[in-house]
Design a protein around this ligand. Structure first.
Ligand code: G16
Length: 566
């Protein structure tokens, strides 16, 4: 215990009007956090003030980061401000590192009031990249709209913040550090914990480690290649997949968390994880996976680079829950997917007679469903799958699910997916992203498109492309009423449903840091197994052509094509 009490000071500040959290947290260019006076402090004060004073005093919070540039500075400020705002204890990952799923796991395990995760997820990092702050609540999940609205309200009128500028901690020293403060909130304790331990013991209780180990080390050993993309997952991959489950050390690449992710985009998709894709195409490995910066997103590849679309991954996992001890023990209460995620999961739910929920994009919407016992497994097209073991999507958990399924079914990735399609049909699916679009152009495009598609004559309209005719069955600006608390989320995406089950969806992303990102999602269902080996583009091309035509996206944004196609 330090002997001299540490002073608590109040600092005058001016509010910002752009601190509304997006789909998950506040994401901005790093330079904004670094150079705009008190930009970080204002947001942290708004987060802390959003917690009722009676709940805040003496409570415990979890803090972690994906290791990106500016995280250490931000953690120091958060520690100083948490102490000054009456938080009793902070549990922080060793060297500041904790994956987003690990934060969710620890919040639940130690019954913390919430947690702060310093990450801009899959966005690039470094001084020229992005920085972000996620705030998770007591259930371990992202703050729901009612909380983020409150944070935003506070941030718009904030005039001062409280801080202990002299308080210093050592992030590299495991164990407790106690501080005596010059105010009524004392003592203040910081606990530096191993980044992997608690999360690992949770995974042990969910999976049959010996069966996965058998797959990775047995006589017919499955060769895997795991890419941690220089993000936070490196230590988790090494410890869990290599040390615990026996995968050879050279199965894991890019496992040292780097402040700028090695100059790369830590986004596990076919574009940004291209080196993994190339390695898998060589045929040497039977299973490949990559994670994003903070470890909640994942991508699965099979031998020769066979890509598992995230919506299919969710559906395959749902259809094979019996391979996982956790689900065998807990049973399956319901499935959920975000609205733009393909309806492949719905086919599984129907076959298994399990309830299915459709929610807006954003993991926060799954929280109420899981807390109320309605949902056991959920996922999104944006490379996220998870279950009610925590309240975040969980990349490494998904990898262990896949390995468990492969061990139980004694099949490769492609075989499992093709069997699934043969049984329930294939949902061809793709997403076009237009990043960094002028926000006004994006706004007006969406506004006018809504007027076009919700105009009565649009229903029943037929679009003939090639030899296919698509008839519009239903259109809407998607709105969600939470079945648990009745809260309403409006404006969650424009969708056009066709009579043959095809869908086109338009949405503005809530995770970009500059300009607007327009996403177009296209989906088409094919029951006939004879037609399951077509190129995505060939099947979805007509739908994309319709989408481009009715939105006039290229004309209105000045773009010639999308930035990324998934
Ligand atoms: C966040 C949310 C996800 C959401 C994704 C994409 O993920 O947690 O629920 O699907 O953003 O959102 P948008 O389409 O609005 O960009 P992450 O991994 O970025 O934190």
């Amino acid at each position: 215990m330090d002997i001299t009490p540490i002073p608590v000071v109040t600092v005058q500040t001016s509010p910002y009007d752009d601190q509304r959290p997006g789909t998950s947290g506040l994401r901005r260019r790093t330079v904004i956090f670094e150079s705009k006076r008190n930009y970080l402090q204002n947001f942290i004060q708004s987060v802390l003030s959003s917690i009722d004073l009676r709940d805040r005093q003496g409570c415990t919070m979890v803090v972690g980061s994906d290791g990106r540039y500016f995280s250490r500075t931000a953690i120091e400020v958060i520690v100083q401000m948490a102490a000054a705002n009456g938080i009793g204890r902070l549990v922080i990952g060793h060297n500041g590192l904790l994956s987003t799923p690990a934060v969710s796991c620890i919040i639940r395990k130690i019954k913390a009031i919430g947690g702060i995760i310093l990450t801009a997820s899959h966005n690039p990092g470094g001084p020229g990249g992005d920085f972000g702050i996620k705030f998770n609540v007591a259930n371990g999940g992202p703050a729901p709209d009612v909380v983020t609205d409150k944070i935003h309200q506070i941030s718009r009128t904030l005039e001062e913040y409280a801080i202990c500028p002299d308080l210093r901690i050592d992030l590299s020293r495991l164990g407790r550090q106690d501080f005596d403060l010059e105010n009524k909130f004392k003592p203040f304790r910081v606990e530096i914990v191993d980044s992997v331990d608690v999360y690992l013991s949770m995974l042990r209780s969910i999976f049959d480690f010996s069966s996965i180990k058998g797959l990775l080390t047995g006589p017919e050993q499955l060769k895997i290649r795991i890419d941690a993309m220089n993000g936070v997952m490196g230590p988790y991959v090494r410890r869990i997949l290599c040390d615990e489950l026996g995968a050879p050390a050279n199965s894991a690449v890019n496992c040292v968390p780097l402040e700028d992710f090695g100059g790369q985009h830590p986004d596990p998709n076919l574009t940004y994880a291209s080196s993994l894709v190339e390695a898998m195409k060589g045929g040497e490995y039977g299973f490949g996976a990559a994670f994003d910066g903070d470890g909640d997103r994942y991508m699965i590849l099979g031998q020769n680079g066979f890509f598992v679309n995230p919506s299919d991954s969710l559906a395959v996992i749902a259809a094979n829950v019996s391979c996982i001890p956790y689900f065998k023990q807990m049973g399956v209460r319901g499935f959920a997917r975000s609205m733009p995620t393909s309806t492949a999961l719905d086919k599984v739910a129907k076959a298994m007679k399990v309830a299915i929920y459709e929610t807006p994009t954003g993991w926060k919407f799954f929280g109420n469903l899981m807390d109320s016992g309605r949902c056991s497994l959920c996922g999104e097209e944006s490379f996220g799958t998870g279950s009610d073991h925590i309240r975040e999507k969980d990349g490494l958990w998904a990898v262990l699910v896949w390995l468990s399924i492969m061990a139980a079914r004694k099949q490769g990735v492609e075989e499992i997916v093709r069997d699934h399609w043969a049984r329930l049909g294939r949902n061809y699916y793709c997403r076009f992203d237009y990043e960094g679009v002028d926000p006004r152009a994006a706004f007006f495009m969406m506004r006018d498109l809504e007027a076009v598609i919700t105009d009565k004559p649009f229903i029943g309209q037929q679009f003939a492309v090639g030899n296919h005719v698509y008839s519009v069955e239903k259109t809407e600006n998607y709105e969600y009423i939470d079945p648990v608390d009745g809260s309403v989320a409006k404006n969650q995406g424009l969708r056009i449903l066709f009579t043959d089950g095809s869908r086109i969806i338009f949405r503005l992303s809530g995770t970009g840091s500059t300009g607007a990102t327009i996403r177009i999602y296209a989906e088409s269902y094919e029951r006939d197994p004879e037609k399951h080996s077509k190129e995505n583009q060939a099947v979805l091309g007509p739908l994309i052509a319709i989408a481009l035509k009715i939105s006039e996206i290229h004309e209105r944004t000045g773009r010639k094509g999308p930035t990324v196609i998934t």
